[in-house]
Design a binder for this molecule. Structure first.
Ligand code: NAP
Length: 279
């Protein structure tokens, strides 16, 4: 059966490799992008695989308005979404803000997938046994600093902001899985591996050189994403963390249900999820 798969962050790195593989597997892809030039380049690469089985649409994940406009387009265009893959992510070494004035790493890595997923829940419900796949990282150690989630009181630290956002990915996955457990929709998170991509572009030259030498290919990074999206082996499995296509143990904090519930409430507030806007 051809599945409708929505994948974020397909213009680069792991997402691009996953898009190609999913297209080769015969599925239909809905691909949000933020950069026209990169989208044009991606279009050419995907057309060589399957000219009419993907839909590239603008969506800046650093803007709630853009996410809402994109979600409205998807809802008006597609009857259901079988798989939603929240892959797009950033690593900022300097403090930056999203269009909504929120610290950029938290906004793009956590609030964007939180809002997009919630806005598309009805379409996931219309699919048979839909799956949500959230790309996290083994760097998810630490906790959520609810007193200063955006690094406004303490000094900005790029790796700490990234760690917090990747922990948020797992907590979001677990709470989503809990909320959807009776609806046949599964949600799982994963570590794609240490992969040479553009995400490290903010790091210094030597760090980037080391990464280039040591890291694995984007194709390798895409493997666990594709596995969680399509494999019958994970049918019905939900709320788990995966690595190398196997269930793995995530940090103690990432399994803290109270933390997950609190993060959900804060995320609802920060995204204005339940505030009605004209679409
Ligand atoms: N690489 C690793 O070693 C590693 C390890 C663990 C986890 N991860 C996770 O893997 C995921 C994919 O990262 P990657 O390594 O493949 O990095 P990447 O090559 O930098 O790709 C990131 C993707 O996210 C998109 N994106 C970023 N900000 C966006 C925005 N505001 N709106 C729309 N799209 C946006 C990028 O678009 P542009 O092409 O326009 O920039 C790009 O397509 C991330 O969630 C990352 O945290 C990576």
């Amino acid at each position: 059966m051809i599945k409708n798969i929505l994948l974020t962050g397909a213009t680069s790195g792991i997402g691009k490799a996953a898009a190609k593989k999913l297209l080769q597997e015969g599925h239909f892809l809905i691909l949000p992008y933020r950069n026209e030039e990169k989208a044009t380049a991606l279009k050419k690469e995907l057309e060589a695989i399957a000219p009419e089985r993907f839909d590239l649409q603008f969506c800046d994940l650093a803007s709630f308005e853009s996410i809402r406009a994109f979600a409205a387009y998807v809802k008006n265009t597609y009857p259901h979404i079988d798989v939603l893959i929240n892959n797009a992510g950033v690593w900022n070494q300097r403090f930056r803000e999203s269009k909504d004035g929120i610290e950029l790493t938290f906004a793009v890595n956590h609030l964007a997938p939180f809002l997009l997923t919630n806005l598309l829940l009805d379409l996931l419900r219309k699919a048979e046994r839909a799956r949500v796949v959230n790309v996290s990282s083994d760097l998810h150690q630490g906790t959520i600093d609810f007193d200063d989630i955006e690094f406004r009181k303490k000094e900005y630290n790029g790796i700490a902001a990234y760690r917090q956002s990747k922990l948020a990915n797992i907590l979001f996955t677990k709470e989503l899985a809990r909320r959807l457990q009776d609806e046949g929709i599964t949600a799982n998170a994963l570590m794609p591996g240490f992969i040479a991509t553009n995400i490290f572009q903010d790091l210094n030259f030597f760090a980037r050189l080391m990464i280039k030498i040591m890291a694995k290919s984007p194709e390798k990074g895409a493997e666990t994403i594709v596995y969680l999206a399509l494999s019958p082996e994970v049918e019905g499995i939900t709320g788990k963390y995966f690595k190398d296509k196997k269930e793995a143990i995530s940090s103690r904090q990432s399994q803290n249900i109270e933390l997950a519930k609190r993060l959900w409430a804060v995320s609802e507030q920060m995204t204005g999820l339940h505030v009605s806007v004209s679409e």
